[in-house]
Design a protein around this ligand. Structure first.
Ligand SMILES: *Cc1c(COP(=O)(O)O)cnc(C)c1O
Length: 383
C-alpha cells in the first residue's frame, strides 16, 4: 500500500536520537531548549514551547489564554477532532464556522456573519482557532482585523503547515495571532514520533504554558507566589498543571528534522506540481493555493462533482494498493458532538466537502513512478 502520508528518517536523524539516548538526560536536558530556539528562529517567532503532541500544545494555549467554563471556542468543522476537543477539555463550549469549498479553509465571510449574530446574542467567542488545512494559511489578516473589532484571541492550528508562509513571513511568526501550533506526528511535514510545539511572541503566555507543561511547578523564585524558606531544594506549585513534556530523544529528532524542512517542503511542492499536470485533463478539481502565501502541502486533496463517484473511486484505489484517505469527517457530526445539539446540515459546505473529497498519497518518499501508478489507477477508476 502506498500510504497517504509517512515520515522520512535518515542516518542523521538516527544518530541524533542515539546521541540523546547515550547522553545524561532522556528528558529535561539541554536539547529541548536548543530545539525550541531553532524552531522559533526558523518561523520568526520570539518563543517556542515544545510538548508531547499538538493536541497538548493546543490545550496549553487555551488554558494559558484563560479559556474556561462559560467561554466559547470556535474552530473549523473541517479538522481533526483535537482542535475542538481542547475547548471541551477546558470546560468551554465549542462551536464551528463553515468553510470555503475551493480551499477547505474557514470562511471569513461565514465567520463575520456568525460574529454579528453572536454579538447580538451575547455569545461571543473567547478564542477563534483557524485550521491551516492541507498546509496553507487561512486569511489571517482578515481574521486578525475581526479579532481586533470583536475582541477574541486567535490560536492558529497549523498542524499541517510548518514550512508554509503567509505574505512572505513564515506561518508560526504569530504576526496575526496569539499562538501558533504545529504537529510532529509522523504523517505531518516534520516528525518527532509524537510531538508538537506552540510558538508565540508574548512572554507572559509562554511562561504560563511552560509552567502548565510541567505540573505548574517552578524552581524559579521570581515565579513563586509565597515567600520561600531558604532551602536549595525548594519548589512551589503555583497552578494546576500537567505533564506534557517532550523528551530529549524527541527534541533531538526534531532538531535534526528541522534542518531538512525546506527540502521536505520543496519535495512536496514538486510532487504537487506533477499531480496537477497529470490530473489537468481528468474530470476532478484539485485543491487551490489561494495566492496569499506558500502552502507546505501536507495534503493533496481532490473534489469530485459526484459523492457517489468519490466513494467508488476510493474503493477502487484502495483495492489497488493506493492509500487514499478522506479529510475530514466534519467534527460536528461526530457522536460526541451531536450530544451537544449539533447535527448533519449545520455546516453545509464542510459536509459537502466531506462527501466529495479524496486525499491522494503525498509524502517525502513518494516516487514519480508511484505517482504515475496513482494517476493511472485514478484514470482507470474514472473511465
Ligand atoms: C494532527 C492534527 C492535530 C493533532 O496533532 P497531534 O500531534 O497528533 O496531537 C490537531 N489538529 C490538526 C488539524 C491535525 O492535523
Amino acid at each position: 500500500m502506498i500510504p497517504y502520508g509517512t515520515q522520512s528518517i535518515d542516518q542523521n536523524d538516527i544518530d541524533a536520537v542515539v546521541a540523546a539516548l547515550q547522553s545524561d538526560f532522556l528528558t529535561q536536558g539541554p536539547v529541548l531548549p536548543r530545539f525550541e530556539s531553532a524552531l522559533a528562529e526558523r518561523v520568526e517567532a520570539r518563543f517556542a514551547v515544545a510538548v508531547n503532541s499538538a493536541t497538548s500544545a493546543l490545550h496549553l494555549s487555551c488554558l494559558a489564554l484563560g479559556l474556561g467554563e462559560g467561554d466559547w471556542l470556535w474552530t473549523s468543522p473541517n479538522t481533526f477532532v483535537a482542535s475542538a476537543n481542547v475547548g471541551k477539555l477546558c470546560g468551554a463550549k465549542v462551536d464551528f464556522v463553515d468553510i470555503d469549498l475551493d480551499t477547505g479553509l474557514m470562511s471569513m465571510d461565514a465567520l463575520e456573519q456568525k460574529l454579528v449574530q453572536a454579538n447580538k446574542d451575547s455569545r461571543m467567542p473567547k478564542i477563534v482557532m483557524p485550521v491551516h488545512f492541507a498546509g496553507q494559511s487561512c486569511d489571517m489578516q482578515r481574521l486578525h482585523q475581526l479579532g481586533q473589532q470583536y475582541g477574541f484571541y486567535i490560536i492558529e492550528d497549523a498542524s499541517h503547515a510548518i514550512g508554509a508562509s503567509y505574505f512572505g513571513r513564515p506561518v508560526g511568526a504569530c504576526q496575526f495571532s496569539d499562538v501558533t501550533v504545529f504537529s510532529f506526528h509522523p504523517v505531518k511535514i516534520l516528525t518527532t514520533g509524537e510531538g508538537g510545539v506552540a510558538t508565540s511572541n508574548q512572554p507572559g503566555l509562554v511562561e504560563t504554558m511552560r509552567l502548565l507543561r510541567s505540573h505548574g511547578v517552578t524552581r524559579d523564585r521570581s515565579q513563586m507566589t509565597e515567600p520561600v524558606d531558604e532551602t536549595p531544594w525548594g519548589y512551589q506549585q503555583v497552578m494546576l498543571g500537567l505533564n506534557y513534556r517532550m523528551t530529549e530523544l524527541q527534541a533531538a529528532l526534531g532538531l535534526s528534522q528541522l534542518s531538512k524542512l525546506e527540502d521536505f517542503v520543496q519535495f512536496r511542492r514538486q510532487r504537487v506540481t506533477h499531480y496537477q499536470k497529470k490530473l489537468s485533463c481528468l474530470p476532478v478539481q484539485s485543491i487551490v493555493e489561494h495566492g496569499q502565501g506558500r502552502s507546505a502541502w501536507h495534503l493533496f486533496t481532490l473534489l469530485f462533482d459526484d459523492p457517489g463517484l468519490r466513494t467508488s473511486v476510493f474503493s477502487r484505489l484502495r483495492g489497488k494498493g493506493v492509500g487514499v484517505n478522506v479529510h475530514y469527517i466534519p467534527v460536528h457530526t461526530q457522536p460526541f458532538y451531536r450530544q451537544f445539539g449539533f447535527d448533519w446540515g449545520d455546516f453545509p459546505q464542510a459536509e459537502d466537502w466531506y462527501r466529495r473529497t479524496l486525499t491522494l498519497p503525498l509524502h517525502p518518499k513518494l516516487t514519480f513512478s508511484q505517482q504515475q501508478w496513482v494517476v493511472d489507477c485514478l484514470e482507470e477508476a474514472l473511465a
